[in-house]
Design a protein around this ligand. Structure first.
Ligand code: HEC
Ligand code: HEC
Length: 339
């Protein structure tokens, strides 16, 4: 090859490599890690505080969306209900391992350390679209991938309720994510403009809304792979391990499979969600019945109706048995070796 054609060849190879890289990136992680998260400009919208919104917001924040379950430090060791160690909403360090630090910030109306100076749309965009006040992508442990399905009116109610709470001056610090996680999460946020109210006359549709839009059941009950991604085909099939109570416990399989909760009926489900006890078997404090017990009968029945429509997944889990390695979720939990 002559010098000139070598140069031409090298140039050509360069273009091919670039092209492959482009296609590869487009098909795999996409361009978001490089160009930042998708976000819409902020608006001046304002959510009028009304008694209806205050009441609805309290119901959602305290009983379905568990905002304070993450945004408040608590002690759950040997307890039936977690004991909050700070004012509700004052923030909590959720993970702190070397470079990897995730902080659920203060969401009380304190002007300096909380949300006191945020606009309504800054809050709306953070909760439903995953964009921080400073414009960055929020770590998706904040369940905005669920909350993006929250209706406009429910979103307004949540924000009105947060603002009605007592301010607490407390700075829990900032999230710090290592590279490349810090970039990869840029593909998670999605702009949302408007979400219609769910059909409250249809129990399955409304139950789905309670479980997947304003609820966070799947954040705990859908098992994750080693990259923290939900395992495909395993929706609500359990297996995530929590050890905040002082000993490890795996979330349950709540699909209608015989290895899940096929033996439940509506009455038993409502009793479990109210009492944390399954026919005498006491559930671990990490199953937040302390919050769910405040749900209305009708809402609990809708949640049950929806859970009944989930595809059954075979995945045996039993927290009363000695933990063993499970091939399905890669975790150690009771009956794991039988999967
Ligand atoms: C499963 C845990 C969890 C739940 C439930 C949760 N959050 Fe968060 N939230 C987080 C974490 C973690 C962050 C911080 C993410 C980051 O810094 O990247 C966060 C961040 C936020 C932010 C801050 C955005 C910013 O700019 O810093 C707001 C506002 C917020 N959450 C509100 C809420 C509200 C309101 C609810 C209930 C409707 C809620 N969160 C439920 C974990 C949670
Ligand atoms: C913070 C994590 C978390 C969230 C959120 C959560 N759960 Fe659980 N859940 C658990 C854990 C852990 C267990 C296992 C407790 C045990 O075996 O002692 C459990 C157990 C259960 C059980 C008992 C199953 C059985 O008979 O063994 C049911 C039913 C259930 N969850 C339903 C739900 C529903 C419905 C939601 C959403 C409305 C939900 N959970 C949200 C952690 C969670």
């Amino acid at each position: 090859m002559s010098g000139r054609s070598l140069v031409r060849f090298a140039g050509y190879a360069c273009i091919v490599v670039l092209l492959l890289l482009t296609i590869g990136i487009t098909l795999t992680v996409g361009w978001r890690p490089f160009i930042g998260p998708q976000k819409r400009p902020l608006t001046a919208r304002h959510f009028e505080p009304t008694p209806e919104r205050l009441k609805r917001g309290e119901y959602l924040v305290e009983h379905t969306s568990l905002c304070y379950g993450c945004h408040t430090a608590f002690d759950a060791k040997d307890r039936d209900t977690p004991q909050f160690l700070e004012a509700k909403g004052a923030g909590r360090v959720m993970a702190d391992q070397g470079d990897f630090r995730v902080v659920a910030p203060n969401i009380t109306p304190d002007p300096e350390t909380g949300i006191g100076n945020w606009t309504d749309d800054e809050l709306a965009r953070a909760i439903r679209e995953g964009i921080g006040r400073d414009g960055r992508a929020l770590f998706p442990m904040m369940p905005y991938k669920s909350f993006r399905h929250m209706s406009d009116e429910d979103l307004a109610s949540v924000i009105v309720y947060l603002r009605s709470q007592p301010p607490d001056h407390h700075d829990p610090g900032k999230t710090h994510l290592p590279f490349p996680v810090s970039r990869l999460i840029n593909s998670a946020p999605q702009p949302v403009t408007t979400v219609a109210a769910p059909d409250s006359a249809n129990p399955v549709a409304y139950g789905k809304y309670l479980v997947t839009a304003v609820g966070v059941c799947g954040d705990c009950h859908t098992p994750r792979d080693s990259h923290g991604q939900p395992i495909a085909g395993m929706s609500m099939a359990g297996g995530n391990i929590f050890d905040d109570s002082g000993h490890p416990v795996a979330t349950a399989n709540i699909t209608p499979d015989p290895s899940g909760i096929s033996y439940y009926d509506e009455g038993l489900f409502v009793r479990v969600m109210r009492t944390a006890s399954v026919k005498g078997r006491k559930l671990n404090v990490m199953m937040p019945t302390w919050a769910f017990s405040g749900l209305t009968d009708q809402d609990l029945k809708s949640i049950y109706a929806y859970l009944r429509t989930l595809p059954p997944v075979r995945h045996r889990i039993d927290n009363t048995e000695k933990p063993s390695l499970c091939k399905i979720d890669g975790q150690m939990h009771g009956m794991g070796e039988l999967n």
